[in-house]
Design a binder for this molecule. Sequence first.
Ligand code: FES
Length: 178
Amino acid sequence: MASLRYTALSVPQHEFPSKYGSCRKPITLMPRKTPPSPAASSSFPISAASTDASPAAPDKPVIKLEFIGPKPGPDGSYPLDKAEAISGEKLLRNIMLDDKIELYAAYGKVMNCGGGGSCGTCIVEIVDGKDLLNERTNTELRYLKKKPESWRLACQTIVGNKQNSGKVVVQRLPQRKK
Ligand code: FES
């Protein structure tokens, strides 16, 4: 049996040094060990390690809003609603709807365009803090051409620019004040 192995390796039996003895023992091939991946060798799970490595998110600037109602109540004071928004992340219309602050007059409640800038029913007046908002859009210039400069369409008005902060005072339904 040993001679058969030598023949297969093309090594003549006489060239085999005697000190190696006979080659009766078959060679056993061991499976190669693969090095462990860095993730597996880490003492932390990947999710925990990556979470710990990220820096804490800095606080984003906030715009505070006050909404004055169009008509005084029985005691003579105007209703006031308050809200807050991260600067530059929301339209005024969405802030008002999310906070359930009345935006539309009777007609606009049923006939508004859903914020598409095509109905002109989401009018508000900016009493204070207009510098914290975007400039009037072309849609507003068209719908509000003959209206006071302080009037805006809430669906076109971005509250903040992601860097500024402060307070904006909004008159709801300014057309009802007359
Ligand atoms: S919701 Fe229609 S123009 Fe603003």
